[in-house]
Design a protein around this ligand. Structure first.
Ligand code: NDP
Length: 459
């Protein structure tokens, strides 16, 4: 028994030093890509118990291979603004890993988009997509184009130019992009129109997040936000809590945030705060979702305008202050690294019970440690926000079968998928000695599926 324990310790130490050395190589090979380093570090640290147990993953150099994208495409996007001026942006598509299916992952249009952002998102997408149980690989893309303040025609011209290059690299069985920050139904429509024109074929399955009238899936708009709440609900129930009667703070007021708020309210919670990139709103009575939806989805206005219609609400400039509002459940749904250690400590002092990541990598590694070290229930993005890509894969299935399922059917499937992701992540956390740690559980469960497929397919 003692000998066995010693052997286990040795394997763990070896796995640790292997991972540390490899992480350093990743940093050296990808200088200044801090978000990418952060995403890799989180996954690598989670995998130590697996590597200690299954040295074949080291022998087959799975980690060395999985951190290197299959390919990274960077391209020029020239377009003309409404004044006739020619503008140039940079576009990206990273095709990270297709061991279990065609590359799949969204497109982000935001001035902050660069190689590091696209690679961190694409890397995480590998494991998230594997967790869904559907055959989709990992990819991501976007541009540093800022859609804010642009006219419809400018957005259309930009999307057409973007697709003129991107179309050479995608296809229903190759790589299937979708939306993300700054890319919603309008942008997907323009991108699809241009793809159709260039390819000369109606390939509905080349993009997801399409309009309902031309191959989109019901419940895709709601899927990421609803899925996050379904996942957090499971996590709460396992500890004897529920959304009912809880106070909830949700950052952002975009696609993920709005539908996370909607589902939390449907489950009986009171959502007391949300935000945009300018500032945050606090409404003690509970945020009026109809007002937020109209302001954001229809009128393209700011959160601050909410107080014009609801004078009892308070608006404050700046984003991070939202985490100083006492709540039972916090759902960061805006952007990466929006919650740091100080914000996490503040939530903890105010008695937060659970945190669920609706956005990708919204919590820094230090913030996550604060939650895990203090028994705050924590739902990591790869698992909690996988509902969006899950319904995207259901959209692909409907496109292939030339069918259109009902809202109820898609929502029921989404709930089943989120339940399975939760169970698999918990099971992996128990199997590898970190019971209840969903960060470790989700990373391991996703990794094993991809790693085994890579081994089966050879080098
Ligand atoms: P949207 O563009 O619809 O919304 C983003 C929201 O976040 C906006 O309200 C935006 O405000 C706000 N925001 C941006 N930066 C900040 C900041 N620094 N502080 C506070 N708020 C900020 O994007 P999505 O809702 O689609 O995406 C949000 C997150 O969810 C991203 O991390 C994305 O990768 C992730 N995600 C999205 C999926 C999807 O299906 N859409 C699927 C899985 C993950 P403003 O309006 O001022 O810009």
């Amino acid at each position: 028994m003692l000998v066995l324990k010693e052997a286990e310790q040795t394997n763990k130490r070896e796995a640790e030093s292997y991972v540390n050395e490899l992480f350093q190589t990743v940093v050296n090979r990808n200088p200044h890509e801090y978000e990418f380093h952060q995403a890799v570090k989180e996954v690598f640290n989670s995998l130590i118990p697996v590597l200690a147990n299954k040295p074949e993953y080291i022998k087959h150099a799975i980690l060395e291979r999985i951190v290197e994208p299959d390919r990274m495409i960077s391209f020029r996007i020239p377009w003309q603004d409404d004044t006739g001026r020619i503008r140039v942006n940079r576009g990206f598509r990273v095709q990270f890993n297709n061991a279990i299916g065609p590359y799949k992952g969204g497109l982000r249009f935001h001035p902050s988009v660069n190689a590091s952002i696209v690679k961190f998102l694409g890397f995480e997408q590998i494991f998230k997509n594997a967790l869904t149980g559907q055959s989709i690989g990992g990819g991501k893309g976007g541009s540093d184009f800022d859609p804010k303040g642009k006219s419809d025609f400018e957005i259309m011209r930009f999307c057409q130019s973007f697709m003129t290059e991107l179309c050479k690299h995608i296809g229903p069985n190759t790589d299937v992009p979708a939306g993300d920050i700054g890319v919603g139904a309008r942008e997907i429509g323009y991108l699809f129109g241009q793809y159709k024109k260039l390819s000369g074929a109606y390939e509905a399955g080349v993009l997801t997040g399409k309009g309902i009238g031309y191959g989109g899936s019901l419940a895709r708009t709601e899927a990421t936000g609803y899925g996050t709440v379904y996942f957090v609900d499971q996590m709460l129930k396992s500890a004897g809590y529920t959304f009912h009667g809880s106070t909830v703070v949700v950052s952002g007021s975009g696609n993920v945030s709005i539908y996370a708020m909607e589902k939390a309210i449907q489950l009986g919670a009171k959502v007391i705060a949300c935000s945009d990139s300018s500032g945050y709103l606090y409404d003690e009575q509970g945020i009026n979702l109809a007002t937020i939806k109209r302001l954001k989805e229809v009128e393209n206005r700011r959160c601050s305008d909410y107080t014009l219609e609801h004078p009892g609400a308070v608006y404050a400039e700046g984003c991070s202050g939202i985490w100083s509002i006492p709540c039972d459940i916090a759902l960061p749904c805006a952007t990466q690294n929006e919650m740091d250690k100080e914000a996490a400590e503040c939530l903890l002092r105010n008695g937060v019970r659970a945190v669920g990541e609706g956005a990708n990598m919204p919590c820094t590694l230090e913030a996550i440690d604060v939650f895990l070290d203090n028994q705050v229930l924590f739902a990591p993005a790869k698992a909690a926000n996988a509902g969006g890509v899950s319904v995207s894969a259901l959209e692909m299935a409907q496109n292939s079968a030339r069918q259109a399922w009902t809202m109820e059917e898609v929502d029921a499937r989404l709930q089943v998928i989120m339940g399975k992701i939760y169970e698999e992540s918990i099971r992996a956390s128990e199997l590898y000695g970190r019971p209840g740690n969903l960060v470790v559980g989700a990373n391991i469960a996703g990794f094993i599926k991809v790693a085994d497929a890579m081994i089966a397919q050879g080098i």
